[in-house]
Design a protein. Structure first.
Length: 241
């Protein structure tokens, strides 16, 4: 693992965006694995800024997102497709037909997961996977469990995840209780992994991810076994290291 210490969220976002920018420049037709949530927003803003300055071309890039709430339409402001469109895709020259998010409207969970695994497999492999880190150590929506789920699956969201995400909804009751998420195997076969972590509230879990045992009770701890992981975290998130 490579760990880069950022002074604050703005510095973290710039450092993370620089890594993604380098990937796009080195391989213009790369496959980016993308994440949602508050952590990568600043990174996306920086990528948009560089694109608007004609300094970054996404015309040949494809993307595969980690997850999507089950039951939300793509135009629902809380869906992850809507998030990706408004936070990144609408502002860069990426071909949206090559941007993939799980189909949250597919009622047959087995079919939804099988279809998404086929998309991942047919892509030829993610070149760089961007991850945030949940308070309970989840990556994507891979919650603490008794084992590491391999492929795309339907997951019951943990109470801590529902509590963390309720700020995006009018009430906790509106937060979906299930999501489709890329599995741990799908994340781990990415050539490179970039994790962005911000805030003192993530310090304890980040310490476990980096220094603790590899256990499905802390899903992100599996990243210790990947050969090319970069963590960009601010001083607050690294305060317990």
């Amino acid at each position: 693992m490579k760990i880069y210490r950022a002074t604050d969220y703005k510095d973290l976002s710039c450092k993370a965006a620089n890594i993604i920018r380098a990937q796009v420049i080195m391989k213009p037709d790369c496959i980016l694995g993308l994440a949602t949530g508050s952590s990568p927003v600043g990174t996306y803003e920086k990528l948009i800024e560089w694109h608007e300055k004609d300094d970054l071309d996404f015309s040949k890039v494809s993307s595969i997102n980690l997850d999507e709430y089950r039951g939300l339409t793509p135009d629902n402001p809380q869906s992850y497709r809507y998030f990706m469109n408004t936070k990144l895709f609408d502002h860069i020259n990426i071909d949206k037909s090559r941007t993939f998010v799980p189909n949250g409207l597919e009622p047959d969970s087995d079919k939804a997961c099988k279809d998404y695994d086929e998309i991942i497999e047919n892509s030829g492999g993610v070149d760089l996977q961007l991850l945030g880190l949940g308070h309970n150590g989840h990556i994507g929506f891979n919650e603490p469990a008794d084992n590491f789920p391999c492929n795309t699956h339907c997951v019951d969201l943990a109470p801590s995840t529902i509590d963390a995400n309720k700020r995006f909804f009018a009430s906790e009751a509106e937060v979906p209780r299930q999501a489709y998420t890329m599995g741990i195997r799908s994340i781990m076969i990415a050539k490179k992994i970039l994790v962005v972590v911000s805030g003192e509230d993530k310090a304890s879990i980040l310490q476990k991810v980096i220094c603790g045992p590899v256990t499905p009770q802390v899903p992100a701890s599996i990243l210790q076994l990947h050969g090319d992981v970069t963590i960009v975290a601010d001083e607050a998130a690294l305060s317990k290291m």
